[in-house]
Design a protein around this ligand. Structure first.
Ligand code: 3H9
Length: 696
């Protein structure tokens, strides 16, 4: 026996208690412990076995940290089969989250009881995998093909009530899992209940699996795992149990070898690591019981909405009573969306809008708040004026944050009498929806102010990433580079539609030009104008995009941008004027357009993204490559299954990427200058992920 599985005899029942914090992951020792425990119970003369988890949860799945290493026996499917094959009655008592391998263990026991708050699911698709320990073979036998496909392909978790209704569990009971499990096992013994093996249940009725496969593949936008899940469930219908298990295993192993699995698992761990900064260890955040927001436009209203939904009262400051009332309406509109989605009820809506929200045009109303986020017009003069007022009214120790997306937070901080209390909190629009928060740490920002920025992010359910001060911080700085690479490709012969298509095929939710239309082309226009005076004469700058905006085509809001939105908000119909402007500009510059393949578009676009990402890490603006990855996953629609740009680069090979950059430099050695960090890593034969590990 291993000590991660405790063994105890209570009357006729052998109790196997998982003790492998934090989530009872099914690592090698746990698997061995379960097999040994079952054998011991059989040798011990017990009549039933109870399996439950100590701590916060039943098994939360296979130990993801073991993936990629040579698997050690006993393998999880064998453990499941050993449990089910036991001649004793085996009961599982579930609490917390029985996920993946955890659910598969439960399905292998003969009876399942759960506390009301228990949840179950097969989230393997979120790791680029399918259930690999008989789940795709047992679940359809228990609940039918359609429900099983839904659970396997969505990765969603189900609550105890739904699980009971579907017949996945047999009973719900209140109490500690050990106690409810013991009582249930005793009751089953007294009733002479039979051993009930799901694998012996008849094969489920088939459906049109090819159609289900195609539909799932399409929905996955390039992610393979869910579609593989359909094929695995198909095997449950068409093959005897043992052969179905072998088929599931083969599909699982195939996925295990993919870059998608690596990307998804990188995302899983990075998402958890990103806000764990060594410098914040042991640093207590300042109190955070109420916040102020300056400016009730789309961004400010979004931030206020997120705060209200997280239970933080908000003072919303606008310039006039009318503007404050309009901001309140905007926030109420956002909150109505939360009512519609069932996140809050009408009574909560009333409380949030009428009690928790204070619209005002008087800065004095901010005197008691713990933190203020300024979300006014992007102009240094305007920002400094706002910070001057905040400095005058806010209590000592209150945190003054700017939501600027590129302005110098050091300069803003220096304009106050308390630069240590100033920080950048860069939200992404719509702020109550988008998960990313860049916590921009200025030169003089106090460490507990940084900790409070992360604490706010956590309370609002954001993925917070530390960024240093520079133009555009992490995300927008890198964006400006790959957008420029896209513009250069357009000058040289690609169309915006070729580029959008190539990137959607790569896995982005939208192409960059469709995104531009959505956020407003005037934003890029203003940025270009702002940067123009400092531009190096060697920089290739196109003018077609400026002309488009000057002609009034600002994207979706004007009905026309790169695409024509007269028939609705889908970016499918090109605006004919775009290609006219581009062709005129090419002719004017004497450029003979060349053809770009999809692959070439992606390589150039990604090379620009990764190269600037390497600069951002090299300069310390992002502490680790994984910080860049998380910015792109949560703020820029980067496909999760590729792990993020830096992880993607590691998988493509840094030497190959550097060679690409050097070959592009033959035509434009101003734009395509390799980042020193990229060159260094290639010279040392190391990867970005090695830097993540160094920083762990
Ligand atoms: C599988 O089962 C495959 C099988 O079908 C076939 C196999 C052959 N392994 O999220 P938290 C760590 S695939 C290793 O912050 P929460 C996590 O990294 C698996 N470690 O807590 C973190 O570490 P740290 C299918 C794991 O309360 C700590 O535990 N299962 C695992 O917010 C706390 O995690 C899944 O995909 C793991 N399986 O959420 C479930 N899980 O403190 C994945 C967690 O060092 N897990 N850790 O940063 C989850 O969804 C959430 O962790 C859970 C708890 C809901 C359980």
């Amino acid at each position: 026996m291993t000590d991660v599985i405790g063994y105890e005899r209570i009357g006729d029942i052998a109790v196997l208690a998982a003790q492998n914090p934090p989530v009872n992951a099914l690592g090698h020792a746990v698997r061995q412990g379960l097999v040994d425990g079952i054998a011991r119970a059989e040798a011990d003369g017990a009549k039933a076995v109870l399996i439950y988890g100590e701590g916060t949860t039943f098994f939360a799945g296979a130990d993801i940290r073991e993936f990629g290493q040579t698997p050690k026996e006993p393998h999880l499917p064998d453990v499941c089969n050993a449990i089910e094959a036991s001649p004793l009655i085996v009961v599982s008592a579930l609490h917390g989250t029985a996920l993946g391998g955890g659910m598969e263990i439960a399905l292998s026991t003969h009876y399942r009881i759960a506390v009301p708050k228990a949840r179950m699911g097969l989230p393997e698709v979120n790791l680029g995998l399918i259930p690999g320990a008989t789940g795709t073979q047992r679940l359809p036998r228990l609940i039918g093909v359609e429900k099983a496909i839904d659970i396997v392909t969505s990765g969603r978790q189900l609550g105890a009530k739904d699980l009971l209704d579907m017949g996945v569990i047999d009973r719900i009971a209140d109490g500690a899992p050990r106690e409810i499990g013991l009582a249930y096992a005793q009751e089953l013994l007294e009733a002479n209940a039979p051993r009930r093996a799901v694998s012996e249940m008849p094969a489920p009725a088939p459906i049109d699996f090819d159609a289900a496969y195609e539909a799932t593949l399409k929905k996955g936008r390039g992610l393979l795992a869910p579609a593989y899940g359909v094929r695995a469930v198909q095997a449950a219908c068409e093959l005897p149990f043992a052969e179905g298990v072998a088929r599931e295993r083969a599909l699982f192993r195939e996925l295990m070898e993919t870059d998608q699995r690596q990307g998804m698992i990188h995302a899983f761990f990075s998402e958890r690591q990103v806000s764990k900064l060594p410098e914040l260890k042991g640093v207590d955040p300042r109190p955070l019981n109420s916040i102020g927001v300056i400016g009730g436009g789309t961004m400010g209203a979004g931030i206020a909405t997120a705060a209200l939904l997280a239970g933080l009262p908000v003072v919303m400051i606008e310039m006039t009573p009318e503007a404050a009332a309009a901001a309140k309406d905007r926030i109420a509109g956002n909150l109505q969306g939360a009512v519609k989605r069932g996140r809050i009820d009408q009574a909560k809506f009333e409380t949030l809008t009428e009690k928790a929200l204070t619209p005002s045009n008087d800065y004095a109303d901010l005197k008691d708040v713990d933190l203020v986020v300024e979300a006014v017009f992007e102009d240094m003069g305007v920002k400094k004026e706002v910070f001057g007022k905040l400095d005058a009214v806010c209590k000592p120790g209150a945190i003054l944050a700017s939501n600027t997306s590129y302005l110098d937070v050091d300069e803003i901080a220096a304009s106050t009498s308390r630069p240590a209390d100033v920080i950048g909190l860069h939200f992404f629009s719509p702020a109550h929806v988008m998960k990313l928060l860049e916590v921009v740490v200025a030169d003089k920002t106090a460490i507990d102010v940084t900790a409070t920025g992360f604490e706010l992010g956590k309370r609002l359910g954001k993925v917070s990433v530390r960024a240093g001060v520079c133009d555009g911080f992490i995300g927008n700085r890198i964006l400006s580079k790959y957008r420029t690479a896209a513009d250069h490709m357009i000058l040289d012969g690609a169309s915006p539609y070729d580029i959008d298509k190539a990137l959607v095929d790569f896995g982005f939710a939208m192409g960059p030009f469709a995104v531009g239309d959505l956020s407003g082309l005037d934003i890029g226009y203003m940025t270009r104008k702002r940067l123009a005076p400092h531009r190096d004469p060697r920089e290739r700058v196109s003018t077609y995009a400026d002309k488009l905006v000057e002609d009034g085509h600002k994207g979706q809001k004007t009905g026309m941008g790169y695409y024509d939105y007269s028939a609705g908000n889908r970016a499918t119909v090109p605006n004919p004027q775009v290609m006219e402007l581009i062709e005129a500009e090419r002719a004017e510059r004497g450029i003979t357009p060349k053809t770009f393949s999809e692959d070439e578009i992606v390589r150039r676009y990604m090379a620009a993204m990764v190269n600037e990402g390497a600069r951002v890490v090299g300069e310390g603006i992002a502490k680790r490559p994984l910080d860049v990855d998380m910015v792109f996953l949560f703020g820029y629609g980067f496909p999760r299954y590729r792990g993020g740009p830096m992880k993607w680069a590691d998988m493509v090979g840094l030497a190959e990427l550097l060679a690409d950059i050097k070959s592009y430099a033959k035509d434009d050695d101003f734009f395509w200058q390799p980042a020193p960090l990229l060159e260094q890593l290639v010279a040392e034969g190391r990867t970005f992920d090695d830097l993540n590990k160094d920083a762990a």
